[in-house]
Design a protein around this ligand. Structure first.
Ligand code: SAM
Length: 353
């Protein structure tokens, strides 16, 4: 068609072929003002490949104790200002029971890298939760193949481990003491063990280039990631990156839409960090290619103490309020809360249309 801009041509190519070159991805990531066109195309692809259902995953933040020292994260080992907490096994299982009562199909167990939770301790918690009718997603950081194996055998279904950035030297400068190769090893082990694997990018890390963000997207395609969760950096004053610039919301939104176009079957959350930056940010992202929301199921003071960054939304709300608020907002968009467990759709590209 004549009269199309280069951006429109690239978006049309991504919508039909689900492939772009690195340079084409860079072009669209940099296309300020193209976010609405990208979002419309991503929304169409989202409807064809994963439908109108929005999957709610109940997030249980069970410990903010962490052995790592990531420069951006409020849970980092060297942050002495944060009040630390750790829930007991009974408290975690009780939150999962309540999550089931609110109608959630999945709970996400997330924490800092807290080695109090040995492989066996966490496996026992997983077994107790799996005796309910719930899918279990883990997000507890880097462990060995054998630990991941034990949790998989205990019934864990999915694992979230953001790569944060595929720029190895940037990764290693912002995550001191951690190695990029080990992060990738973890993702490969999780894949080999049959987990649904979730990963993602922290957008706006100081020194992160748009080319490296394009390489992140190609990495997710190559990994065939089942879930990709991305969010903008929100500087935390109690960390070395306290004075860094915020991640760019519009760039993050363009990236979400590109992810949907290039990984059409993936589960893509509208993350809490997006709404911390922009009111109603999660609806905007749900309309830009996303199909998952992770409302917080953590109760009381722990919700406030799990302080990755300042200004975290809904810290004063109860889990019941979060559930009904999100349900109402999803309905108002003409979408619905999915009633299945929301495992990844494996639909072949050829089957479309
Ligand atoms: N420890 C586990 C891990 O590393 O995967 C799970 C918990 S970790 C705190 C969860 C995610 O929080 C990280 O992957 C990171 O992307 C995000 N995060 C940490 N600090 C942040 C900040 N200041 N702004 C936005 N996101 C942040």
């Amino acid at each position: 068609m004549t009269g199309q801009t280069l951006e429109q041509k690239l978006i049309a190519k991504a919508e039909t072929a689900h492939q772009l070159t690195k340079m084409e991805i860079v072009h669209l990531l940099q296309a300020v003002g193209a976010e609405d066109d990208l979002a419309k195309a991503a929304d169409r692809v989202r409807q064809i490949f994963v439908g109108d259902g929005v999957h709610l995953r109940g997030l249980i933040e069970f410990s903010n104790i962490c052995r790592q020292d990531c420069m951006y994260c409020g849970l980092r080992r060297d942050n002495h200002k944060i009040e630390r907490y750790r829930l007991t096994a009974d408290e975690i299982v009780c939150l999962a029971q309540k999550a089931e009562g609110y109608g959630y199909q999945t709970v996400v167990l997330q924490s800092g890298e807290d080695l109090y939770f040995t492989a066996e301790r966490l496996a026992e918690i997983i077994r107790r939760i799996k005796s309910m009718d719930l899918a279990v997603t883990l997000s507890v950081g880097e462990r060995s193949f054998d630990e991941y194996k034990l949790w998989r055998e205990a019934g864990a279904d999915r694992y979230l481990l953001r790569i944060e950035t595929t720029d190895k030297s940037l990764y290693e400068s912002l995550d001191p003491g951690m190695s990029y190769e080990n992060r990738v090893r973890c993702l490969m082990d999780l894949r080999a063990l049959g987990y649904e694997v979730g990963t993602g990018t922290l957008v706006g890390l100081p020194g992160q280039s748009v080319t490296s963000i394009a390489e992140d997207i190609l990495f997710y395609q190559q990994l065939d990631a089942d879930m990709v969760g991305i969010g903008p950096l929100i500087p935390n004053p109690d960390t070395p990156l306290g004075k860094a610039a915020k991640g760019d919301f519009h760039l993050t939104r363009r990236m979400v839409s590109l992810l949907r176009l290039l990984l059409p079957e993936a589960n893509i959350p509208a993350t809490t960090a997006m709404e911390t930056m922009v009111p109603r940010g999660r609806e905007l992202i749900l309309a830009s290619g996303a199909n998952v929301v992770m409302p917080n199921v953590t109760e009381g003071d722990s919700r406030r103490k799990y302080a990755l960054y300042p200004g975290k939304i809904c810290v004063a709300d109860t889990p019941a309020q979060c559930r009904s608020c999100m349900g109402g907002r999803i309905k108002a968009m003409g979408r619905f809360v999915a009633s299945d467990k929301g495992f990844r759709h494996h639909r072949q590209v050829q089957e479309r249309s």
